[in-house]
Design a protein around this ligand. Structure first.
Ligand SMILES: [Zn+2]
Length: 340
């Protein structure tokens, strides 16, 4: 049916171009678009982690569609979103149209842009521009910086990254994002990635599931308030999280494979040595942009990693946009189900 209309429309346009017919040519009334419906099982290849990623993308779309203020962030986590593989969504022109049950945002459906679904739903349902491409993660490493934003050090680091044409991922603490929203915005404006590192850096493993969920939600809210986007990832402080907490979080958990131990050294030379000793292709490197020695070490680290042939990328680039909730990632080649 779709092909027939395309053909008809194509012919009509062709006729218009050629100027066929003497009477003004009126384009045929646009056929009522019959949106193709597909099940979430088809979209996700029946992968519940992928479906969780679709739900998280839907939350972002609901907030943006309704131009909601940050105080509505907790409410978006109350909206009932599909958990059954047999339910259906529509492949609309601009995105995946998901029907919604009754909700406080008064939306009958939400359209999630295809650009937010790269790596989350099967390529065959995505426009060409949004499909996952093959990458060689062995030629890439991701620099990540925790505990910011810092008033002076984070802007200094952003300058370094810009000068080197490199993007990194920043796991920021909610209470500091609230204090320095303009720095959080600058992180994103520089093409970097911004993610959640709890509200005030407790040890999730010892505060329990409820408080952990609050820490993550409050930080998502602060990041949304500062940047109008929800962060994709969570990194638990000290890498500490219980299986039960991890299963409850609706975002992928990003760990690391190379610890610079910069917080212990507070010495640029030692930071550089530690990173260069351990880093291989596909690694996620952990540093902190709240220590001046760490920030001072970055230009040399970038130079040496580049000299080894590595491209420095964000976590999303390294994981090819395929990080999913319910899993934790220790590098491009090491993902584990939470709680196993
Ligand atoms: Zn930390």
């Amino acid at each position: 049916m779709k092909k027939y209309w395309q053909l008809l429309l194509g012919t009509a346009l062709f006729a218009l171009t050629l100027g066929w017919g003497s009477a003004p040519v009126v384009a045929p009334a646009k056929a009522k678009a019959t949106m193709k419906m597909v099940t979430y099982g088809q979209l996700t290849n029946k992968n519940p982690h992928r479906l969780a990623a679709v739900r998280e993308a839907a939350r972002q779309a609901i907030l943006q569609t309704t131009k909601s203020k940050s105080k509505r962030v907790p409410a978006v986590y109350q909206v009932k979103l599909p958990t059954h593989m047999t339910k259906k969504a529509g492949l609309a022109e601009k995105g995946l149209q998901m029907p919604l049950l009754k909700n406080s945002f008064k939306l009958s459906h939400v359209t999630v842009p295809y650009s937010a679904l790269t790596g989350k739903i099967a390529n065959r349902y995505l426009p060409k521009a949004n499909r996952t491409q093959k990458i060689n993660a062995n030629k890439m490493v991701a620099l990540t910086f925790d505990d910011g934003p810092d008033k002076t050090l984070t802007p200094r680091l952003l300058k370094t990254l810009k000068k080197a044409h490199v993007h990194a991922t920043f796991f920021e603490v909610g209470q500091s994002v609230k204090r320095y929203p303009q720095i959080a915005r600058a992180v994103l404006a520089g093409g970097n990635e911004l993610a959640n590192h709890s509200w005030n850096h407790p040890n999730f493993g010892s505060i329990g599931t409820k408080k952990t969920a609050q820490q993550v939600l409050r930080t998502n809210q602060a990041i949304y308030q500062a940047t109008k986007t929800l962060p994709q990832y969570v990194r638990p402080p000290y890498g500490s999280i219980t299986a039960a907490e991890g299963r409850k979080l609706q975002q992928p958990i990003i760990r690391w494979s190379v610890d610079s131990r910069d917080w212990a050294y507070l010495n640029s030379k030692k930071d550089i040595k530690e990173v260069m000793k351990d880093t291989r292709g596909g690694d996620i490197i952990l540093m902190h942009d709240v220590h001046k020695q760490s920030v001072a070490a970055v230009p040399t680290i970038i130079k040496r990693l580049k000299a080894k042939g590595y491209k420095l990328v964000t976590v999303s680039e390294l994981l090819n946009n395929q990080a999913l909730p319910g899993l934790q990632y220790f590098g491009a080649h090491d993902s584990r189900v939470v709680g196993k």
